[in-house]
Design a protein around this ligand. Structure first.
Ligand SMILES: [Ca+2]
Length: 151
């Protein structure tokens, strides 16, 4: 009887360790979109900000970003201050809005959704969706793509 118990104990410890590892793996998946205490780069309240590079930076600084209050149906119309068009040239973004989720799209006029962010969430690296955004907007523009507010 004593010997049987002694052989089972290490097996139970292994199960406990595997469960803890699984819990950590779930936590890191949830953390793909992370809320921040303060918006990166001073992104204004009520707006969504896009950065050219990962980690909420553009050319190494965090305060150069493209910002919208409602949306932009054609990012070809906007230039980074020193280097090229915003179109197909965004790698991180933050939704500092107060009422709606925000979206980026591969194509003009809010077509071909690439990513979305709940209120006060950001993605510091768009990964496979990097360098693809061609239009972007809050849910309002998704539902009202021809509104003058979404140009
Ligand atoms: Ca695109």
């Amino acid at each position: 009887m004593f010997d049987k118990k002694a052989t089972r104990k290490p097996f139970r410890r292994f199960i406990a360790g595997a469960a803890a590892t699984a819990a950590l793996a779930v936590a890191s998946v949830v953390a793909v979109a992370t809320p921040a205490m303060a918006a990166p780069g001073g992104c204004p309240s009520g707006q969504t900000c896009l950065w050219k590079d990962i980690n909420y930076t553009t050319g190494g600084v965090d305060w150069i970003y493209f910002v919208y209050t409602n949306g932009a149906n054609d990012l070809r119309n906007y230039q980074w201050s020193f280097n090229g068009t915003v179109n197909d040239n965004v790698s991180s973004w933050y939704n500092n809005g107060n009422t709606e989720a925000s979206f980026i799209f591969d194509n003009l006029n809010f077509q071909g959704q690439l990513s979305y962010l709940p209120i006060k969430f950001g993605r510091d690296n768009l990964g496979n969706a990097s360098d693809r955004a061609t239009s972007a907007g809050f849910r309002f523009c998704l539902n009202n793509p021809t509104s003058a507010k979404c140009v």
